[in-house]
Design a protein around this ligand. Structure first.
Ligand SMILES: [Zn+2]
Length: 332
């Protein structure tokens, strides 16, 4: 199902105690042109398997840098189990600076899990990540945040399925990230291909997705958010012992609203991701190229700003921002 080749400077052989760095080739012919970078850190003692990916969106560089730094933050001599890291998933987009989609099939890998072994490139890739590379893993973490035109709050997502014990376990792992917002993705998402947490949930498994970053820029706070969250999940699973205490509010939300631009124009806003807004509040306004206001954009509910576009150019029907609704707020 897959072939592993070492990088010359790799410190250990694949499958042995130590840090392996090399490449992973998946056998499905749809993926045969590519070999994915892989760092597989194996502890001297047996234990759980934790899989980590970044670079599903290649401009979300703080999350990708976190996946690089994590490679040297585990000690094979003291850890229990395995941490396996693919720091760059969307290989066809690398160096092309493609936003959101995979150039091989123009699909957004992030909304393609659990994938399909007989499908297009992104569908096959999601299938092998879930069923081949991460087979048997206790948890799969997908790191994201901050494509070229957007700024995101520090948030984390998990996908409940209505099974109380499993949902509680997912929430506990999500809360390992020092997040402003903890998003329990709505269960209606389970009926379609989606993010890794949704695809894994449909397979009865656990995936957590973290978001932090902005505009294709490295920032240390976002890098640390991702790094510390993964280290905390490793500790929660029993792979390591060291925990870092969360300091942010970790507000539980259970609805994810995308706000689309009502008109084309320039969107002017001062919203800061993470901030609270109230129902009816003016979030910003669309202006035409003569400087005339075309439309106000209002908040449909009391909410928290998950992320927003930083580039002001808005296209009618395309997203301007997203809102998170607190789990405890009454349905309206
Ligand atoms: Zn992303």
């Amino acid at each position: 199902m897959m072939k592993i080749t070492p990088r010359e400077a790799s410190t250990s052989a694949f499958g042995q105690t130590g840090v392996f760095r090399g490449h992973i080739h998946f056998e499905n012919p749809t993926l045969s042109k590519y070999a994915w970078p892989l760092c597989d850190i194996r502890g001297a003692q047996p234990g759980p398997r934790l899989c980590v990916t970044a670079g599903v969106h290649v401009n979300e560089v703080s999350s990708m840098e976190a996946a690089v730094r994590l490679q040297s933050l585990f000690d094979p001599q003291t850890m229990r189990g395995t941490v396996s890291i693919i720091p760059l998933v969307n290989l066809p987009a690398y160096g092309k600076f493609t936003q959101y989609n995979c150039p091989e099939d123009d699909k957004n890998i992030n909304f393609t899990f659990p994938g399909d072994p007989k499908g297009s490139f992104s569908e096959v890739l999601c299938d092998v990540l879930l069923n081949v590379w991460a087979e048997g893993a206790e948890c799969y973490i997908d790191l994201h945040g901050g494509d070229l035109r957007e700024k995101v709050s520090k948030f984390v997502m998990f996908q409940p399925t209505g099974e109380p014990e499993l949902d509680a376990e997912k929430e506990k792992l999500a809360r390992c990230f020092d997040a402003e917002i903890v998003m329990a993705l709505p269960q209606k998402l389970l009926s379609a291909p989606g993010r890794a947490p949704t695809g894994f949930a449909n397979a009865g498994r656990i995936s957590i997705m973290s978001e932090a970053g902005a505009n294709g820029i490295y920032d240390e706070e976002s890098i640390s958010f991702h790094v510390d969250g993964v280290l905390n999940i490793a500790a929660e699973l029993g792979i390591t012992d060291h925990r870092i205490q969360p300091t942010r509010a970790q507000i539980l939300c259970n609805e994810y609203l995308w706000l689309e631009s009502p008109e084309s124009g320039q969107f002017h806003t001062t919203l800061v991701p993470g901030q609270a807004v109230t129902k009816g509040q003016i979030l910003g306004a669309i202006y035409d190229v003569f400087g005339c206001k075309v439309d106000d954009v209002l908040s449909p509910k009391d909410a928290l700003v998950l992320w927003r576009m930083t580039h002001p150019t808005a296209v009618a029907g395309s997203p301007l921002l997203a809102l998170a609704i607190r789990a405890e707020s009454p349905a309206s």
